[in-house]
Write a new protein. Structure first.
Length: 319
């Protein structure tokens, strides 16, 4: 195999690729030390989760007797890395070129300070999300199981962190954070979405919640639900406009439902059945269901050849 490889071929391949870097494409910029670092964001998120759920996710690198000392070290480490990453991110998006490096560092410090002062408030929301998961899932044996094993709570935790930075107008980083959760859980929550207390995601795989979605308190969502836009054909012209639905308090949305459009409002206490497709508003206290598809059963057993096995017509698919 080694004898087949010609050095001039490898050099020609490298030259062709390197030449392509000089063509002015948007993917060509090589400046690895002046861009937000995805791996560093993931690491600081993992450390932040240790702060939000103390003693649940230990760093086994250190043997420390004082938990407060341990968390103090973690908090300072996260502040350092977040400060650095926010300063880099402030030169991206719509802020590109508007601040000098020194100004970005100062602004980043202000943002990080504000974010960390909001950590107790975020933890209050997460406490309600934990309670909602326990109250809403009969399969949950204890709170510890939910914190350690439920992807829904993990995705919500990262969303709430990212949402706080989104509100502080940090470019890029909030999306890197929620995409980290998306990659690990299959739950895609845009950091711009607004979500109230007692939010419960059951199972979670395939859930999509768009940037301008608004979700009230005590909302429960099952796997495969989409809170999306009716159309994105307008592209960047739709940026900043309401494209996603509003979900009122105490709403339950069952598996596979799609609720689309910025003008679509689901009223309080509504129940949205599985596999429904909704593009207009639903009044409060309404139950929306899909009639079960008619199923026809056939058997080779002569005794049952003429019998018709069908679901009852008054049964509606909800889960």
């Amino acid at each position: 195999m080694k004898g087949l490889v010609k050095l001039e071929d490898i050099e020609a391949i490298e030259k062709a690729i390197f030449d392509s870097y000089e063509e002015g494409k948007k993917i060509d910029t090589i400046d690895i030390y002046n861009k937000p670092d995805q791996a560093e964001i993931h690491e600081l998120l993992d450390n932040l989760i240790r702060v939000f759920y103390p003693t649940y996710f230990r760093d086994r690198s250190y043997k420390i007797y004082s938990h407060k000392h341990s968390f103090g070290v973690i908090i300072e480490d996260v502040f350092f890395h977040l400060h650095k990453q926010v300063a880099l991110a402030l030169d991206y998006g719509k802020l590109r070129g508007t601040m000098s490096s020194e100004v970005r560092k100062i602004q980043s410090y202000i943002i990080c300070k504000e974010f960390f002062f909001q950590v107790p408030s975020i933890r209050e929301y997460l406490e309600t999300d934990l309670e909602a998961a326990f109250d809403g899932d009969p399969a949950a044996s204890c709170y510890e199981e939910i914190i350690l094993a439920y992807p829904g709570l993990w995705a919500i935790t990262i969303y709430r962190i990212a949402h706080e930075l989104y509100k502080l107008h940090v470019p890029v980083l909030p999306r890197l954070m929620t995409e980290y959760a998306h990659a690990n859980t299959g739950i895609d929550i845009h950091p711009g979405a607004t979500i109230g207390k007692n939010f419960f995601i059951d199972h979670g795989t395939g859930i999509v919640i768009g940037e301008t979605a608004v979700i009230g308190d005590n909302v429960k969502i099952y796997q495969g639900v989409t809170l999306g836009a009716l159309s994105t054909r307008g592209g960047q012209k739709l940026s900043g406009k309401r494209r996603h639905p509003t979900i009122g308090n105490n709403v339950t949305i069952y598996a596979g439902a799609s609720i689309l459009g910025g003008d679509t409002v689901i009223g309080e206490n509504a129940i949205i059945g599985g596999n429904t497709f909704i593009t207009s508003s639903v009044e409060a206290n309404t139950r929306v269901s899909m009639k079960n598809l008619e199923m026809d059963y056939h058997t080779t057993d002569k005794k049952h050849m003429t019998e018709d096995f069908k679901q009852s017509e008054d049964w509606y698919y909800e889960i």
